[in-house]
Design a protein around this ligand. Structure first.
Ligand SMILES: Nc1ncnc2c1ncn2[C@@H]1O[C@H](COP(=O)(O)OP(=O)(O)O)[C@@H](O)[C@H]1O
Ligand SMILES: [Mg+2]
Length: 365
């Protein structure tokens, strides 16, 4: 899959831009604060209907403008598709081939992206939230059912948490929780089993297994940390029981302390927990391997590669890795941003220069 043309209007600092991207490598070059990440953010909005930088979507609209729009002509294996998203202060509009789309789940994943930003360098060492986010982003693009379960789970969870906080009559609480807990366990089991499957697919990818950070006799591996069970049914049962067992604790806390909203992923180098042992360089390598593994899993799932976006992370890699990566990146559409790139690809690529929110030049090299 690839974006052939991206059109932005009043999106952050970009008043108006039309960018023709090519297959293979696209270098988006510009000084700091010129609008590189804004362009990446716009593409991400096409994929997931939301930003990765803010939950306040009104921020996406250019100062003093009524509406921001993002439009892309996307070449997919099913043919050409026109995908558009518009942000107004209080609502957004979604469109596929000029048809308005009502349900977000029918929109998500029409454009598919794998994103690597400096924030994701924290993926190994930071708290679990960023790892869950990574899973949810990827799987939601691949499975509307997963996205639906996730949204339902979050709704039920917030209802349950409200009850825990405000229902002081224990009998009434228990009665009401029965209904909510059954629903929560149902959606949780679907989320957990899908996440686990996704992780096991990533783990067997050659990019992940044969990552060059490994010493002889070592393997890179990852594991989902959440409720066990061999089937969705078993997980559901397990979760329902645990919700009961943890009820007193949850009442004291005022929120639900177990479930996929608390789960995590563990990375291992050999038998060692990467969270404790991985050096800066190793973390970078693991995440890069992970990104390439994501590309492979997407390809295996949908029969075409998503768009790979490397925002401000490429220039941090050593020259050997940059060169090795360029070879791999020829195979799909990649957008790399940076202030300047020391090593340019040997094969053809497109270079787009951005200055002050405007496209300054586009060159085929
Ligand atoms: N809603 C907005 N309207 C106008 N400008 C904005 C808006 N949101 C952010 N900006 C501007 O966008 C610029 C940052 O762009 P960004 O894409 O993050 O830069 P970089 O090229 O470093 O990735 C900043 O100058 C910021 O003030
Ligand atoms: Mg940036």
């Amino acid at each position: 899959m690839r974006i052939e043309q991206l059109k932005l209007t009043s999106f952050r600092n970009i008043s108006q831009a039309e960018i023709p991207f090519t297959h293979g490598i696209n270098l988006l070059i510009g000084n700091n604060a010129q609008g590189k990440t804004n362009i990446i953010e716009a593409i991400f909005c096409l994929a997931l209907s939301t930003s990765f930088r803010t939950s306040k979507e009104a921020e996406l609209i250019q100062y003093e403008k009524p509406k921001a729009t993002v439009f892309a002509n996307v070449e997919t294996k099913f043919g050409n598709q026109q995908i558009a998203i518009g942000f107004e202060p209080k609502h957004k509009t979604l469109e596929i081939n000029l048809e308005p789309i009502k349900r977000v789940q029918d929109f998500i994943g029409c454009v598919k992206v794998v994103l690597f930003t400096p924030d994701e360098l924290r993926l190994i060492k930071d708290g679990p939230e960023i790892r869950r986010e990574f899973l949810d982003r990827d799987i939601s693009q691949l499975s509307p059912v997963y996205y639906h379960c996730l949204m339902q789970y979050q709704k039920v969870l917030s209802q349950r948490n409200k009850l825990l906080k405000f229902e002081k009559n224990i009998q009434s609480l228990q009665q009401q929780l029965e209904v909510w807990d059954a629903q929560l366990a149902h959606y949780a089991s679907r989320i957990i089993i899908t996440r686990r499957k996704f992780i096991s697919k990533l783990s067997v990818s050659k990019f992940f297994k044969e990552s060059h950070i490994m010493r002889p006799n070592e393997t890179l591996s990852m594991e989902y940390v959440g409720f066990g069970g061999n089937s969705a049914q078993e997980i559901e049962e397990h979760m329902r029981k645990s919700l009961q067992v943890n009820l007193q604790k949850d009442i004291e806390l005022g929120y639900t302390s177990i479930g996929p909203h608390r789960d995590d992923i563990k990375f291992f180098i050999g038998k060692e927990d990467a969270k404790i042992f991985a050096s800066q360089g190793q973390q970078r390598s693991i995440i890069l391997s992970l990104k390439l593994a994501e590309m492979e899993v997407f390809f295996n799932e949908i029969g075409e590669y998503p768009i790979l976006i490397l925002d401000d992370v490429f220039s941090e890699l050593d020259s050997k890795r940059q060169k090795a990566l360029y070879d791999i990146l020829q195979n799909f559409q990649t957008i790399i941003t940076g202030t300047s790139l020391k090593f340019k690809p040997k094969t053809s690529y497109t270079q787009i220069k951005i200055k002050n929110g405007a496209i300054h030049s586009i060159k085929q090299m």
